[in-house]
Design a binder for this molecule. Structure first.
Ligand code: OAA
Ligand code: MG
Length: 598
């Protein structure tokens, strides 16, 4: 083998673009012989499981989550198959490291921990700066995922501008950790081929002074551009992306609230896209809510709930709108009737139409006008006024559901439904432990970030918190959309994803009053979510995949009921299309061996 072939094998070609996968000690002897690699690798030939065991022990030896994050990023960049074997098999341990809460710390530190010892040419994703406006198409074509395969074009892009990263605010280009992390969950959770994922951060400046003054900050050092520049730039990016990849699904992520709603309104009907913070979070919370409502049904009739949202940003309003769909679809309520079950609280108190300040446009729809001129400023004032059965936190205000709030919820309700959904952990409105202690263990609980289980004092019974993790929805929703290729992502498809998730509980999970399925079952759950999206898209007449259309149309009635043999067959069809790191042909090196014969 010449020098060029060898460099290719080690992931480098002469222009430093990785071409072939390097599985290192898992390289079989035949391949080592064919590529003249004997002696270059140690003599042991390992399988993926042995490699995984070593990687796991190296990972666990690291003392901080951030060090673990950096180790995993390095692993992903050097042995992608091993990385995903580890993440898929140990998802419960890995998800908090590659995603929330650790991704929050990683984004805060992104410009300092960069570049994860990545070999040259292994891209993190695409950085598209406002200065690149004239050359967007060419720059998008520059992106070559690792290991590169020309025929595998990106199917899904997660795009952010870093302006509202989790609950951490404007982090500018440091927000790149989010699209990278979300797409890793697409691979692990729904079996999207990693080479077909495209993380994108658009850099329109940042208003984060700390970043602007940080000598290592990697983004453009100027304040965010005005809306007059921002919207045309986003438009140009999306046009360039879809001109290069016409079937690309675009997931908007962590844009500031106003922009998030505006972009979704602007593009939802003419671009293959959705917004994870509005629609994904909405669906995942709706799903937990459906199961929570079921758990308290004997005490509270579903249409008698009084739902208080603390936090009225993109996630708060997105979730509230999604819950309205439940009352409309499942309980035949009109939109006006359903709206009466919801109260929003923002930093100024209860959102009312006569409060005297100019409400942001996304809040107007759910503002109350039955407050008889009275304004309620503090959360406790609003709780006394509304007497909620459900309290949902999407405020990024850590600990705001304090002892007084939780105890009052427990006085008002036999089983208060309390969802502190803010991320990362420091921003959660309360912990699981606080919620249990202050409600005599009666709370029905789901959080955005993972909390440890709680041991009941008297009984010694272990209680598990629900985690309304977005990862239960977006990978399955995206996979279903990629398979059916609907013209657009509709509210009905989102609703189907939420209700399929609610129904995905096993008998054991159901009997233990779980709100969400076990994380370890994520691939099966994603297949069910995806199948529900596929069926809905076909039923709506929007699916563009002819094979899917003919397959699903034959048995549409049965498939819409999401039960029976045909439903199981469809789930199997979806599962068979999931990428797995062990698949023999995942990243073939055969072509390299062929070439080396000449
Ligand atoms: O990442 C999550 O699980 C929730 C999310 O999108 C956010 O907080 O922006
Ligand atoms: Mg988000």
């Amino acid at each position: 083998m010449g020098h060029l072939k060898f460099m290719q094998y080690l992931n480098f070609c002469c222009c430093c673009i990785p071409s072939f996968e390097n599985v290192r000690t898992a390289t079989p002897l035949s391949t080592r012989n064919a590529l003249h690699l004997t002696g270059i690798l140690p003599s042991a030939v390992e399988n993926l499981d042995q490699q995984k065991k070593r990687a796991l022990s190296q990972l666990r030896a690291k003392s901080s989550s951030l060090e673990k994050y950096i180790f995993l990023a390095w692993l992903r960049n050097t042995n992608i198959r091993l990385f995903y074997r580890l993440v898929i098999d140990e998802l419960e341990e890995m998800a908090p490291l590659i995603y929330t809460p650790t991704v929050g710390s990683a984004c805060l530190e992104y410009s300092h921990i960069y570049p994860f010892l990545a070999p040259p040419g292994v891209p993190d994703g695409l950085y598209l700066s406002i200065n690149d406006l004239p050359n967007l198409t060419q720059i998008i074509k520059n992106y070559r995922p690792y290991p590169f395969n020309e025929s595998l074009t990106p199917q899904i892009a997660v795009i952010t501008d870093g302006s509202r990263i989790l609950g951490l605010g404007d982090l500018g280009v440091n927000g790149m950790g989010i699209p990278i992390g979300k797409l890793q969950l697409y691979v692990a959770g729904a079996g999207i081929d990693p080479r077909r994922t495209l993380p994108i951060t658009i850099d329109c400046g940042t208003n984060n002074e700390k970043n602007l003054n940080d000598e290592f900050y990697l983004g453009i050092r100027k304040k965010r551009v005005s809306d007059e520049e921002f919207y045309p730039f986003v438009d140009a990016v999306l046009k360039a992306l879809t001109s290069v990849y016409p079937d690309l699904l675009v997931q908007f992520e962590d844009f500031s609230s106003e922009h998030a709603f505006d972009l979704l309104t602007k593009y939802r009907d003419n671009l293959f896209c959705f917004n994870d913070d509005i629609q994904g979070t909405g669906a995942v919370v709706l799903s937990g809510f459906i199961n929570a409502v079921r758990l308290v049904e004997k005490d509270v009739h579903p249409t008698k709930h009084r739902i208080l949202f603390f936090g009225a940003g993109s996630a708060g309003v997105g979730v509230a709108k999604q819950l309205l769909e439940f009352f409309k679809i499942e309980h035949g309520m009109s939109e006006e009737e359903a709206k009466k079950l919801v109260w929003l609280v923002d930093t100024k108190g209860l959102v009312t139409s006569d409060r005297g300040d100019k409400l942001a446009s996304h809040k107007v729809y759910l503002s109350r006008s039955d407050n008889e001129g009275r304004q309620y400023k503090s959360l406790m004032d609003v709780i006394e006024y509304v007497k909620p059965t459900v309290l949902i936190g999407l405020s990024s205000t850590g600990g705001v559901f304090d002892e007084t709030v939780l105890k009052r919820m427990a006085e008002l309700n036999k089983n208060p439904i309390i969802f502190p959904l803010s991320n990362p952990m420091v921003n959660a409105e309360c912990t699981f432990e606080d919620a249990m202690r202050n409600t005599d263990n009666r709370v029905i609980f789901a959080s955005g970030t993972g909390f440890p289980p709680f041991v009941e004092q008297v009984t010694g019974k272990i209680r598990y918190p629900g985690q309304g993790n977005n990862m239960y929805i977006f990978p399955g929703l995206g996979l279903g959309a990629i398979i059916a290729r609907p013209v657009k992502i509709t509210d009905r498809q989102i609703y189907a994803s939420a209700s399929a998730l609610a129904e995905s509980l096993t008998k054991e999970e159901y009997d233990q009053n779980f709100l969400y399925p076990a994380v370890q079952r994520i691939r099966r759950v994603s297949a069910e979510v995806a199948a529900a999206v596929v069926v809905t898209a076909v039923d709506e007449g929007l699916a563009r995949n002819p094979e899917i259309n003919s397959m699903v149309k034959k048995d549409l009635k049965e498939l819409l009921s999401r039960s029976g043999e045909k439903w199981q067959e469809l789930i199997k069809y979806v599962e068979e299309r999931m990428w797995d790191p062990n698949h023999e042909k995942a990243f073939p090196t055969e072509s390299l061996i062929e070439k080396s014969k000449f």
